[in-house]
Design a protein. Sequence first.
Length: 78
Amino acid sequence: MKYDWELKYNCWQCGACCRAIKCRFLKDNKCTIYETRPKVCRIGFAKPADMSVEDYLALTEEACHKLEALYPGEKDGV
Ligand code: SF4
Ligand code: SF4
């Protein structure tokens, strides 16, 4: 499978995706292994080959909002 490693996504760093899986590498709402984080943490990893970048990013943003609502941060929702 081919991944789009360069895919840019405007992540607003809420940390909800990391809280959702109770990742032990999340400290103070930051990924402590960001440069070497696994493939599954990289936005291009899950993009279906037959989906446009625009549709994928829109779907991702929608999912992020849902995750943020389900896994709010401890301070001010961050
Ligand atoms: S849930 Fe989305 S916006 Fe929040 S940190 Fe994860 S990728 Fe970024
Ligand atoms: S490794 Fe980093 S980016 Fe991946 S879930 Fe854990 S804290 Fe989040």
